[in-house]
Each structure stands twice: as structure tokens, then as C-alpha cells.
Design a protein around this ligand. Sequence first.
Ligand SMILES: *Cc1c(COP(=O)(O)O)cnc(C)c1O
Length: 243
Amino acid sequence: MDDITHNLQIIQSRIDTACRKSNRNTSDVKLLLATKTVTPERILKAFGAGYTLIGENKVQEVKEKYEALKNIPHSNHFIGHLQTNKIKDVLKYGVTCIETIDRLELAQKLHQRLLSENKTIDVLIQVNTSDEESKFGAKPEHAVELVKQVAELETLKIKGLMTIGLFSAETEKVRQCFRLLKHIQQQIIALKIPQIEMKELSMGMSGDLETAIEEGSTIVRVGTAVFGKRIYPDSYYWNENQQ
Ligand SMILES: *Cc1c(COP(=O)(O)O)cnc(C)c1O
């Protein structure tokens, strides 16, 4: 068995255990493979093991891997910071969901482009639950308003919320981020906004997926625990200046 298949088994059993602990169905939590810097050959191994939901951080990487992956049915979410000048390409290379809608300007430009292409796309609203300046995402206090505004743009199909938890070894602090996202989801559900769904909570990564599942995650985004350490630090993917 190759290392990726082996790592996937370990991750799946972590997910299963966390689900059991919180009385949830394993089938309610999707494993999204964060594939930044991972080559198509290695991604294809994960596909071969039955995991076909991936997430990229950079439009350039979506583009580069498109040809090599396109013959295997899979879903590709965009999970990085999206600049408006990359909208055209993100739509061109098969991305099925943009998880990082964090500002109205981005949503409006995306909507304009989708209108002109006569297309729609699934989106999640990204919320900065850790209050760190370095992270993208709408401020928690602005999230509900942003959802209301994006809901008006009929090409964008809102499916839920996404967050990156605090990087911390203190589980309870990380948990607060996930609780906050769940709380915002509940607030939004109570508003009964027409045409939106609030089912998905994309939260939890290699280090904190158990906590995220306990707090209601439906999509865990896992990179290093499946593919090993990346060549670049996270900041390379999360800092706008380095895009
Ligand atoms: C890289 C990345 C992940 C996965 O993080 P790991 O710690 O490697 O599991 C999840 N979400 C986003 C947005 C990422 O960029």
C-alpha cells in the first residue's frame, strides 16, 4: 500500500472516531484534500483510494493540474484567497465551489462574470473566527450581513460557511472558533433567507479535525496528514502580497 492510501486510512479512522464520539454519521463529514503543492500523480493516488474532493489555494495550481486530473470525475473547491483578477480562470478550470467569499466586491464581480457566462457556482462564506489580522474572512459581526447581500446575487449558490481555526495547541481556544462559526450558522438559519442553504460548515484541518467535527463540521480540509509536509509555509498561501 502506498503512503497516501495508508495516510487516508488513518485520517478516515480519526474522522470515524470523532463522529462516533459526537453521535454523528460518518457520511455527514466529507474529507476535502488540501492539495496545494501536491503533484497530480499524488492526487491521482488519493482518487484511486476513493477520495475525490480536493481544494486548491491558488488559481495557478488549479490551472496547472487541470489537464492531468480532468479525466477522473472529482470535485475541486477553491479554498485560497481569491483576487478579483483571477475570477475568469477560477471559473475556466472546473472549480465547483468557492469556499472563500469574504467580501461583497468579490461576490459582485464573480456574479457579473457568471452572468456573462450563463453559469452558477456554489459558494461558502468565509468568516475570520480567530480574529487574527493575517487571516482572510469576513469579520464575525459582518458575516450575517454579507450572507444577506450575497443571497441577492442569484448566480452564487450559498451552501454554508467556512473558517480557518486559530493555530494553537490549546484545543479550547480552537474550539471557540468553530463554535462561533456554528453560532453564526444558527443565526443565519433563523433568518430564513430565501434561496440559500446553510448546511455546510467547512472547518477543521490536519491538527484540529476532531474538535471541528465535535462542533459540527461537515467538511474537514486535510493536507499535511495525507500528503506530508509542504515545501512552502502557510503564509505563502494566505498572504495576499505573496500571491
Ligand atoms: C493547507 C490548508 C488546509 C490543510 O491544512 P493542513 O494543516 O495541511 O491539513 C486547510 N485549509 C486551507 C484553507 C488550507 O490552505
